[in-house]
Ligand binder design. Structure first.
Ligand SMILES: Cc1ncc(C[n+]2csc(CCOP(=O)(O)OP(=O)(O)O)c2C)c(N)n1
Ligand SMILES: [Mg+2]
Length: 351
């Protein structure tokens, strides 16, 4: 099975173009756009870890190492598409247009952190594993019934493929032939459980066979391969050809979350051979004359300033409304909850 799903690459570990058919399609604007967005989200990600360590942010799920998978896929979307992320996909949602201030607010438990900007179809991050796959299939079905060209993307991890929702989402999408891309980031682990203890299949891509849809396996650290393969899957979706399962093989460089210690379950040498996605793009840019020191300095400063401004805005955000804790759980509030709310508000009043 594994040999039926070879890993697609456009650039290799040394930044050499290995698929000549892309020679004419790759241009400076695209390369710089991919690199800039990877730098931007890495700056955000590293800042988030620092803030968590200083007690200024809640528990945080880092994505360093997965930038190419998240940026390449998010830049392949069109403005009116739908994005269904997990807790680890803030790099993708930031690239697609979610506000950075609101992304920080999310990690401080604020409901405002789940609200995307106007005109951006981004669902709140799914923390219950795989629940977003049926949602993505449903949104795509709605777009199909409306007769639009919009499609949806569901982000999920290797571990999520063990959940019933993964199978239900793929089956539904296939049967109703809806415009959805199932974008798997195979980072090798579901918290402490390695892929080989999670499943007997050698790849995630091969699971597409059961649902009669194409399965594509790509090097998730090759931003160009991710971008072009995701675009192809979206073209299929928009043309009425139904869903695609993409497996982007990548690596989570850090911990599962800031509450986790990967040295307890991951051998230190594992993953050492993997060339970082940004380093790889840098090598490619240097090899083909896209590297521009002055531009790099400019974007480093720009992303730093953006991140610092977003942190300041997050920290000066109006205090939360305590009623939010009660108001957004049920469409119609049950009697017991209404009583609790009333009694809590009365308690605050007395204080
Ligand atoms: C339904 C459900 N079961 C268990 C958990 C606990 N949990 C949180 S993250 C995680 C691992 C998910 O691994 P994977 O899908 O590979 O995503 P990754 O964290 O590697 O990005 C688990 C089991 C959960 N959040 N939801
Ligand atoms: Mg995983």
């Amino acid at each position: 099975m594994e040999q039926n799903y070879p890993i697609k690459r456009i650039i290799d570990d040394k930044g050499i173009l290995v698929d000549a058919s892309y020679e004419q399609t790759i241009n400076e604007e695209l390369v710089k756009d991919l690199y800039y967005n990877m730098l931007r989200i890495r700056t955000y990600d590293r800042k988030s870890i620092n803030l968590q360590r200083q007690g200024r942010l809640g528990t945080y799920a880092p994505f360093e190492g997965q930038e190419a998978a998240q940026v390449g896929s998010a830049l392949a979307l069109e403005e009116n598409d739908w994005v269904f992320p997990t807790y680890r996909d803030h790099g993708a949602t930031l690239t697609f247009g979610k506000s950075m201030t609101r992304t920080f607010l999310y990690w401080n438990g604020r409901v405002e952190g789940c609200v995307p900007p106007e005109g951006r179809n981004i669902f709140p991050p799914a923390v219950p594993i795989a629940t977003q796959l049926p949602h993505a299939a449903g949104a795509a079905w709605a777009e199909k019934l409306r007769g639009t060209k919009n499609a949806s993307i569901a982000y999920f991890g290797d571990g999520a493929t063990s959940e019933g929702d993964f199978h239900e989402g793929l089956n539904f999408a296939s049967v109703f032939k809806v415009p959805v891309v199932f974008f798997n980031q195979n980072n090798g682990y579901a918290i402490s459980v390695p892929m080989e203890k999670q499943m007997n299949s050698k790849t995630i891509a091969q699971k597409s066979v059961a649902y009669g849809m194409p399965g594509i396996r790509i090097d998730g650290n090759d931003c160009l391969a991710v971008y072009f393969e995701t675009k192809k899957a979206f073209d299929r979706a928009r043309n009425g050809d139904g869903p695609t399962l993409i497996e982007a093989v990548t690596w989570r460089k850090g911990a599962h979350t800031t509450a986790d210690d990967p040295s307890k379950y991951r051998p230190a040498e594992q993953g050492q051979h993997i060339v970082d996605p940004m380093e790889r793009m840098e090598l490619f840019m240097k090899n083909y004359g896209y590297w521009d020191e002055q531009w790099i300095e400019e974007i480093k400063e720009k992303t730093m300033n953006e991140v610092e401004a977003a942190v300041e805005e997050m920290e000066n955000y109006p205090a939360p409304n305590v009623e939010d804790v009660f108001d957004h759980v049920y469409a119609v509030m049950p009697k017991q909850l209404a009583e609790q709310k009333e009694s809590y508000l009365a308690h605050l009043e007395r204080r």
